[in-house]
Design a binder for this molecule. Structure first.
Ligand code: XMP
Length: 519
């Protein structure tokens, strides 16, 4: 992605099926060196395309003796660039270079200490002689491959690190990419910067520079459309494309009527400032609410919303005349995931789209400026582009919006009830200073009505649930231990200020087995 081939400042990570392969890429990038993951059997030309300064072989679940175990392709070692093998990657190097790999007496799993036996090793530059590392292996090296020396040992592995200095081949039995290896980041940085000689030039500003240039080259005089949700990914995409091609971009913001309180107005003001008249605002609330009338099944809601969104987007594109490109915010983890681990990325990556089916139906080509970025890199780019921090760190908001937070029927009245309750939840959590500790926090309108008493009168009204979860990536989550005082304020304000609600409950389910959203 950073104009491959122009500078040898890229590290290729060959994926042997390790659950940590993505982490290796991230850790290298944290040293401001661009890294990209390729399957272990990537062809010579796939690797050439990136003109790497070094290659890292990831760990993997296999033993080198397993039938059909992935191997080290000959062209990798023929390149005469540094190679670092991690765990299985190191064992492979040893196995294929006349060393011996054997089943260790004890499986080594978890924290371990290694003793650096060769302090002159560039891999361990700046580190103390004893290091805490994370091990996870059954096999170990029993006899060194030809030309290699040991540079570290552990109780269980006489060859916890090995190297062939002349050929600049390195291997470690442990996992420097996981945080439990205390100075793993230093080891990877030593490899990328000292051994491979990369320059630490992968920064938010270089990403912006390269990306703007590449969008300009790709688009030429064509026209680009993009959907804006108001979230960080689509905003960064729109801002980058706008910076690259200015008026050739039209960004479409669709108000589905299922946004949070004041969100449509605020988004229009905010993006009006960023994009001027390149922002197309479409108020489609009526279309969405009409299409959803009487629908209670969560999956049907999603399908209806997806289809309505495509229809509206198509209409807007048709009004613009010929549009050549659709820009969207696919991220690197989506790309890696859809490539199916160690599968051949180029063959299996699907046309990802946030708005299902659009590119095919509209015959547009895709521009994906975030395709090689992790979320934290997107945020860094956003900040560098001058986008406001509150937008950059905004909690995720689902595409179908409040529709998946209104259990049961959706109508204007119920949307308004939820918007009011939700605004209170957000205000109270933010004013308690908890906004950044909690991954997502919102209200849910349940289909329940319960009996209450207000003044001297009986009420029979809605139950609102409050949901606040902690999470790292949304894949798993735990309910947030919000202070009772905050919960008390939320509850009291909702029942007093939101008409039609007389009871508030707090959702104390984790994911799994629950999900974050209620639908
Ligand atoms: P769940 O409810 O599956 O949500 O635990 C995990 C994360 O995904 C978000 N989410 C969605 N985002 N379209 C989206 O763009 C959707 O249909 C959707 N459903 C859930 C959810 O908010 C959480 O961050």
């Amino acid at each position: 992605m950073p104009t491959p081939g122009t500078a040898r400042s890229t590290i290729v990570v060959l994926d042997y099926g390790s659950q940590y392969a993505q982490l290796i890429v991230r850790r290298v990038r944290e040293c401001h060196v661009y890294a990209e993951m390729l399957p272990w059997d990537a062809s010579e030309s796939d690797i050439d395309r990136l003109n790497p300064a070094g290659i890292i072989l990831s760990g993997g679940p296999n033993s080198v003796y397993d039938a059909g175990a992935p191997h080290l392709c000959e062209h990798v070692l023929k390149r005469d660039i540094p190679v670092l093998g991690l765990c299985y990657g190191m064992q492979l190097m040893a196995h294929q270079m006349q060393g011996r790999v054997a089943l260790a007496e004890h499986r080594e799993y978890g924290l371990a200490q290694v003793q650096i036996t060769d302090p002159s090793s560039a891999l361990f530059h700046g580190l103390d002689a004893v290091q805490q590392v994370w091990m996870s292996h059954g096999d170990r090296i029993d006899a060194l491959p030809v030309g290699f020396v040991a540079s570290a040992r552990s109780d269980n592995s006489p060859y916890a690190a090995i190297e062939h200095r002349e050929r600049r081949l390195y291997g470690v039995q442990f996992h420097p990419e996981v945080v439990h290896t205390e100075h793993g980041a230093v080891i990877l940085s030593n490899f990328a910067l000292r051994i491979c000689g990369c320059t630490p030039s992968w920064t938010a500003s270089s990403i912006i520079h390269d990306s703007v240039r590449s969008i300009r080259e790709t688009v030429g005089g064509g026209r680009v459309i993009c959907g804006l949700s108001g979230g960080v990914d689509s905003t960064v995409v729109a801002t980058l494309v706008h910076r690259a091609i200015g008026d050739q971009l039209t960004a479409v913001f669709v108000n589905t009527g299922l946004l949070r309180q004041n969100e449509a107005e605020e988004t229009v003001v905010r993006f009006g400032q960023l994009l001027g008249d390149r922002l197309q605002y479409v108020d489609a609330s009526e279309v969405f609410l009409h299409a959803l009338a009487g629908v209670t099944d969560p999956e049907r809601k999603r399908v209806i919303i997806g289809n309505a969104f495509i229809d509206i987007f198509e209409q807007e594109a048709a009004r613009l005349g010929k549009v050549d490109y659709l820009a969207q915010g696919t991220l690197y983890p989506d790309v890696i995931e859809s490539a199916g681990g160690t599968g051949n990325a180029a063959a299996t990556i699907k046309t990802h789209h946030n708005v299902g089916g659009l590119p095919e139906r509209m015959r547009m080509q895709l521009i994906e400026p975030l395709r090689y970025l992790f979320k934290d890199e997107v945020r860094a780019v956003g900040l560098e582009l001058g986008l406001p921090p509150d937008l950059i760190y905004r909690p995720p908001f689902p595409g179908p919006g409040l529709a998946v937070r209104i259990v049961g029927e959706i109508n204007y009245e119920r949307v308004a009830t939820l918007q009011a309750a939700d605004a209170i939840v957000r205000q109270e959590i933010e004013s308690a200073g908890l906004g950044r500790d909690v991954w997502q926090y919102f209200a849910v309108l349940t289909p329940l009505q319960t009996v209450g008493v207000m003044g001297d009168n009986r009420t029979y009204a809605n139950v609102v649930a409050v949901r606040a979860v902690t999470s790292v990536d949304g894949m798993t989550a735990d309910w947030a231990r919000l202070p009772y005082e905050v919960l008390a304020r939320i509850s009291s304000r909702i029942v007093n200020q939101v008409p039609g609600v007389n009871r508030v409950v707090y959702d104390i389910s984790s994911k799994p087995p629950a999900t974050i959203e209620w639908e």
